[in-house]
Design a protein around this ligand. Sequence first.
Ligand code: FAD
Ligand code: 8RB
Length: 449
Amino acid sequence: MPADARALTIVGGGLAGALLATLLARRGWSVDVFERRGDPRVHGYAGGRSINLALAERGLHALRQAGADDAVMGQAVMMRGRFVHPLHGAPGLQRYGRDDSEVIWSINRGELNIVLLDIAESHGARLHFDHALQRIDFDASLATFLHHEVAVARPFHALVGADGAGSAVRVELGKRVPLHERTEWLDHGYKELEIPPAANGDFRIEANALHIWPRGHYMCIALPNDERTFTVTLFMPHAGAYPSFAGVQSADDAQALFERDFPDALPLIPALRHDYEANPVGMLGTLYLDRWHLDGRAVLIGDAAHAMVPFHGQGMNCAFEDCVALADHLDQHRGFAEAFAAFEAQRRPDAEAIQQMALENYIEMRDKVDDAAFLLQRQLELALQERHPGRFVPHYAMVSFMRIRYSVALQRSEVQREILEDATRGLESLEGVDWDAVDAAVIARLAPL
Ligand code: FAD
Ligand code: 8RB
């Protein structure tokens, strides 16, 4: 992009907006960020509750590009694997990777956002808080924001909609060009609960893990926070057969559900009755659009373009990957129209792939992680990784520890799943595996990465 064109207006100073602002400001762009909420560094982060996110290699790589990794990783808690709590039987850790270089990290959303806003500002990005986008006049190149109940119009050259799943930029774009927007709502929702520190101030359960209580059609998970609490999320159907949010409404209902299905978690959540009644049931869905941009005028990134269900812990990671891709395209192309089109062409297949993998991982987490056939396939996955390095890479590793395109990870995972299922059918251990046949299938069906 020629130097005099390097000016951009970003709507939304959340995770993607703040990161993109940093990436561009560092490369000499003139960047304005308009954020609906107040400055979290002054007012505290909206919501107040401690909400954490899983950061994996894709997100971490983007933070490195922005020079934000050190500040963020200072407070991160390592998660080495899934700590599975079956209803009957012994709980235990299933590692995500081969060693501590293959882990994911739990980070606090509020602190992360503050770090990113600080860095963006230090590189010269102008942050405008308490500015909620209302309207975009593409003909006049004016964006109107509500600022302390007063409408203010700001001129722009090109806009980035980084304003999250309920994007106002998307609404305005949709008035100019058909986006074919559709959201597929999951018939399951979620509710957040908290495990406080133990009396001696320590974590109450294994700190360096992502805890899962799989229960077939529903589950709880818990991620550690650096203040030694855990945020617990209960995922279950909105309605239908017990248990569902419709059937479990009161504090007494919640207590009874946990006594029956999560007896080992119950004593960890002293405010269960209060949390359950105070916290809302969240909705989960996948947002699909047929296009993300309007010529050289505006483009959507992150949740505004492709919100997904949470079960692969990749929403932020994918949004961060978008930022790096968009910043690169903006640098490489001569105009905004070319850059936005190239960005969309590159990223839409990948967003759709991780959206699908996120839906699939719900079944794995809630139903498979304590299943013998699944665990045997997982063992074989690790063995094949050893036998065919760089060729057979476990599904979880391709998504969380590598940066290969999500669409490639999806294709290869589908082939690998067939190989694993074929090779373990009817077996109870790896002893009966026909290694010659499996090796031949791997070599025939998977090109080296
Ligand atoms: P957001 O971070 O939502 O930012 C949007 C910003 O735009 C906000 O600051 C908002 O105030 C602002 N805004 C909205 N409307 C306007 C307007 N009209 N004008 C101006 N500003 C506006 N992802 C992971 O990778 N790993 C996880 O473990 C994980 N856990 C999650 C846990 C929870 C409880 C939730 C809800 C999500 C989780 N995600 C996780 C998903 C992740 O949070 C999102 O994918 C990510 O935040 C998307 O970034 P974004 O910048 O697109 O949107
Ligand atoms: N949004 C996560 C994983 C994969 C874990 C595994 C799963 C909560 C809302 Cl459900 C979930 C994962 O396969 O073993 N990594 O990171 C984060 C997850 O949920 C987050 C905390 C979440 N996201 C609305 C609630």
